[in-house]
Design a protein. Structure first.
Ligand code: 13P
Length: 266
């Protein structure tokens, strides 16, 4: 953590919960964040499945927890069967959206040019975007991790101006650490986050790089969060499995708040 960047912790529910349990999770999460003393101290967000967004949003009410979509279409509107536009997300109360999660990059072959369109349209709609990047295990083993991530960043930011792109949170999610129980070491995460900040400085400038939040995702849990968040270029986390348990997610938010406070933030 760094004092100048407010921590961001997102809960990506993926294709989990049902209508009732999603609302219950949101309810439990609000209570757990208050109990952990981290409500409103950091930016916390949840990304439920599309059909439950409206209900979860209603449950969250005036809570400072941000509501977000797990994806949005690359087009504004029209004949795109089955897709959900950024404006639709805004319309039902979302303020954030995940773009380029590896389960879409690799599972659904979404490429950087396509993700750039999604990012541009999400930002144009007024959403904050969490842009995911990350290498596969084979790419890491071949020593290509930093180059792969740099290419993803350049392709996805593309021609966006700094004024538009300042609502982007970058999520470094090494594909080999997602849902595997195998986390990057805090040192691995720090090294990649510093490299990402270098690419952002090159794409924009050092001020832009210094103010952009870069969060880590991949098997983060209530036990390992503290050590990862202690690294100076790690500004929070994108949490999958552990975000489905209110207590665990609240502990992770608390770890972020404490790491920030230890770094001199408030
Ligand atoms: P896990 O925390 O389950 O590894 O998932 C990480 C992730 O993909 C968050 O977007």
């Amino acid at each position: 953590m760094h004092a100048s960047r407010r921590p961001f912790v997102g809960g990506n529910w993926k294709m989990n919960t049902d209508l009732a349990s999603g609302a219950e999770l949101a309810d439990a999460l609000m209570a757990a964040l208050v109990a952990a003393g981290s409500e409103g101290v950091i930016d916390a967000a949840v990304y439920p499945p599309f059909p439950y967004l409206f209900t979860v949003g209603r449950t969250l009410g005036h809570s400072p927890i941000l509501l977000g979509g797990q994806d949005c279409a690359a087009e504004a509107s029209g004949a795109f069967t089955g897709q959900v536009s950024a404006d639709m997300l805004c319309d039902i109360g979302c303020r954030s959206v995940i773009i380029g999660h590896s389960e879409r990059r690799h599972g659904l072959q979404e490429g950087d040019e396509f993700l750039h369109q999604k990012l541009a349209i999400a930002l144009e709609s007024g959403l904050q975007a969490v842009l995911c990047v990350g290498e596969t295990l084979a790419q890491r083993d071949d020593g290509l991790a930093e180059a792969v991530v740099a290419k993803q960043l350049r392709g996805c930011f593309g021609t966006l101006t700094a004024e538009t792109a300042d609502r982007v949170v970058v999520a470094y999610e090494p594909v080999w650490a997602i849902g595997t129980g195998r986390t990057a070491t805090p040192q691995d995460a720090q090294a990649m986050h510093a490299s990402i900040r270098g690419v952002l400085a090159d794409l924009y400038d050092s001020r832009f790089a210094a103010q952009t939040r870069i969060i880590y995702g991949g098997s983060v849990n209530a036990k390992n969060a503290r050590a990862i968040f202690a690294e100076p270029d790690v500004d929070g986390g994108l949490i999958g499995g552990a975000s489905l348990k209110a207590e665990d997610f609240a502990s992770i938010c608390r770890a972020a708040a404490e790491a920030w406070s230890a770094a001199g933030g408030h």
